[in-house]
Design a protein around this ligand. Structure first.
Ligand code: FMN
Length: 144
């Protein structure tokens, strides 16, 4: 069974909700999904043993949340080249974080990324959940 780590940075819980919906979607595709708050990722070793990685952060002041920035330096050391990847986040109006995470995973870590980042403005409405489930399907398809 393929294993995916979903790690998120959130302040008010919206990005966690997206993470949970992606996890649900992956599980329904027969993939083992592990959810972690990014604060729990303390070393590159904590990132070992997964086939895919999905990182998410909310956008504040035009940027991804600080703990995700710090974590991406750890991810750099983990050697995830060729692993399946995706990025997501809740936002209010500009939503820079998911794109920045996605581009870093693609260009620096050289991961096998899905078609683009997942940005959700209103997580609570059904459409937001559906988008997260669809994103999970895309990740699952890449994992074969
Ligand atoms: C002080 C503050 C600054 C924010 N800055 C931005 C921003 O620059 N761009 C944006 O799209 N949303 C911004 N937001 C909106 C949050 O991204 C949005 O509320 C999001 O759903 C929070 O996700 P979270 O619950 O995962 O923390 C800001 C919110 C606050 C309170």
């Amino acid at each position: 069974m393929a294993k995916v780590l979903i790690a998120y940075a959130t302040r008010t819980g919206q990005t966690k909700k997206i993470a949970e919906a992606i996890a649900e979607g992956l599980k329904s595709e027969g993939i083992e999904a592990t959810l972690e708050n990014i604060n729990k990722i303390k070393s590159a070793g904590d990132l070992e043993g997964y086939d895919g990685y999905v990182f998410g952060a909310a956008t504040y002041h035009g940027e991804m949340m600080g703990p995700m920035k710090t974590a991406l330096f750890l991810v750099e050391k983990a050697g995830l080249k060729g692993k399946v990847g995706g990025a997501f986040g809740a936002f209010g109006w500009s939503g820079e974080a998911p794109g920045r995470i996605f581009d870093t995973m693609k260009n620096i870590f050289e991961m096998d990324m899905v078609s683009g980042p997942l940005r959700i403005k209103k997580v609570s409405i059904g459409d937001g959940m559906q988008k997260a489930h669809d994103y999970a399907k895309e990740i699952a398809a890449k994992l074969g």
